[in-house]
Design a binder for this molecule. Structure first.
Ligand code: ADP
Length: 217
């Protein structure tokens, strides 16, 4: 990478000093694409006042997905613990079904299923920009486990999948959407998935009315 390209990359990562220009990264997973929900999901972002500034369909490789998801013990254990909590809630025996109740081992298993799922069909990668874009998109997406997601959220309105049911079939939870959770994650994921030429700047017709640049006296 040349110095100029590195500089350009940095431009897409910067969580702008301007609060209206926070950027986040979204992947519409294969279930969203195959169920014809791309338009519906994009519409929810746009209606909320968030701006789509990059959008592209991809069919990711196993290597790409493997590098996308963290491999830290903390992440694997957290994912495993989420699984165990749904098993507990529904009085199901994790050990009998998964062969272990060690959260980290379950996390490793889930990570493998996730790679299978995310490479099973095309996905849509999106850059969303706007006020508190990272938190707003997570809120619109809803709980990771659709069965627990509030109605009115993307996952709550379009899926009822749960870890207990997915793990019984040895697959990842089908929950339609991935969205960065923190500024660090958004910065990393934007850098990893997008190039500067994939990002666009434009004015939306409602920009000035919804977000006036100056308070009128
Ligand atoms: P999120 O996508 O909400 O940030 P996580 O980072 O915890 O959630 O998990 C990443 C993805 O892994 C989830 O979106 C889901 O598809 C899958 N997943 C998480 N936990 C499980 C689980 N217990 N069983 C199957 N799949 C899971």
């Amino acid at each position: 990478m040349t110095k100029q390209q590195a500089g350009a990359k940095l431009q897409i990562n910067i969580q702008q000093a301007n609060i209206k220009e926070e950027r986040t990264f979204v992947l519409l997973k294969p279930d969203a694409v195959q169920r014809g929900l791309v338009g519906e999901i994009v519409d929810r972002f746009e209606r909320r006042g968030l701006k789509i500034i990059g959008l592209k369909m991809i069919h990711a490789s196993r290597e790409q997905i493997d590098a996308h998801y963290p491999i830290s013990d903390a992440w694997l254990t957290r994912v495993g613990e989420k699984t165990l909590s749904t098993y507990e809630k529904y009085n199901m025996d994790a050990k009998a079904e998964l062969g272990t109740n060690d959260p980290k081992k379950i996390g490793v298993m889930v990570r493998g299923w996730l790679v299978d799922f995310m490479t099973s069909g095309p996905m849509v990668k999106i850059v969303v920009q706007g006020i508190h874009a990272i938190d707003m998109v997570r809120k619109l997406a809803g709980n990771t486990i659709p069965a627990f997601a509030e109605m009115g959220t993307i996952r709550g309105d379009y899926s009822v999948d749960s870890a207990a049911s997915a793990n019984r079939d040895h697959r990842a939870i089908y929950n339609l959407i991935h969205a960065s959770e923190t500024i660090e994650e958004a910065t990393h994921e934007l850098d990893y998935w997008m190039s500067p030429e994939d990002i666009f700047t434009y004015k939306r017709s409602d920009d000035e009315v919804a977000f006036p640049s100056k308070r009128s006296e």
